[in-house]
Design a protein. Structure first.
Length: 199
């Protein structure tokens, strides 16, 4: 068996890299160059809390109360579908990255949306609290080292996604490019919401 640090990093990275609501939001903020460092910090801090909770044993507690997971699942499905519909509406009237043509979002609004993407999505709990918590506890004494690796992967991913997206900003001076991105986000979010509700 390899080092818990490396295993934690790889396990977390593969889970976080999957297409989802949180990643789509971070990508969009990175492209818009709006409040990206606070967004990255919030996503990473949230993962620190969730992964730590999983390692501390909350994953087993969640599994023992499936009713709570069930309620969260439908609430999350509604939220994801709602965000998808908002993205679809943006796709009908796309913006550009020309400063004079758009009003920057306020930091509070961006962070509240980011927090909702993170904390109202049941998949986040299943991936971080339950799955990573279970994997970490298999390492017994090395479970917190596993957690350090998992949190490091989270920080690396969100920083790379947010700051890397800025390099794509030139493409998004055209409204048609925003239309394509928002269409992809809309389909992804609504699809995730429907699959979550039906799972």
């Amino acid at each position: 068996m390899g080092s818990p640090l490396v295993i934690g990093f790889l396990a977390s990275f593969t889970l976080i890299a999957a297409i989802g609501a949180q990643n789509a939001f971070v990508l969009r903020q990175g492209i818009r160059r709006e409040h990206i460092l606070p967004v990255v910090a919030l996503c990473t801090a949230s993962d620190v809390v969730l992964i730590s909770a999983g390692i501390a044993g909350f994953g087993m507690l969640v599994n023992a109360h499936p009713g709570a997971v069930h309620a969260a699942k439908f609430g999350g499905a509604l939220f994801l579908a709602g965000y998808g519909l908002l993205a679809a509406r943006r796709a009908l009237r796309p913006s550009t990255l020309v400063p004079s043509e758009r009003t920057p979002a306020r930091l509070v609004e961006v962070l509240l949306t980011c927090a909702a993407m993170t904390w109202l999505n049941p998949h986040v709990y299943l991936d971080t609290v339950v799955l990573l918590g279970t994997l970490a506890n298999e390492h017994r004494e090395g479970r917190w080292l596993f957690g350090v690796g998992a949190v490091t992967a989270s920080a690396v991913w969100f920083t790379g996604l947010g700051l890397g997206a800025r390099r794509l900003a030139g493409l998004f001076t055209a409204a048609s490019t925003w239309r394509v991105l928002d269409c992809v986000i809309a389909v992804t979010m609504i699809g995730l919401g429907v699959s979550l509700a039906l799972s």
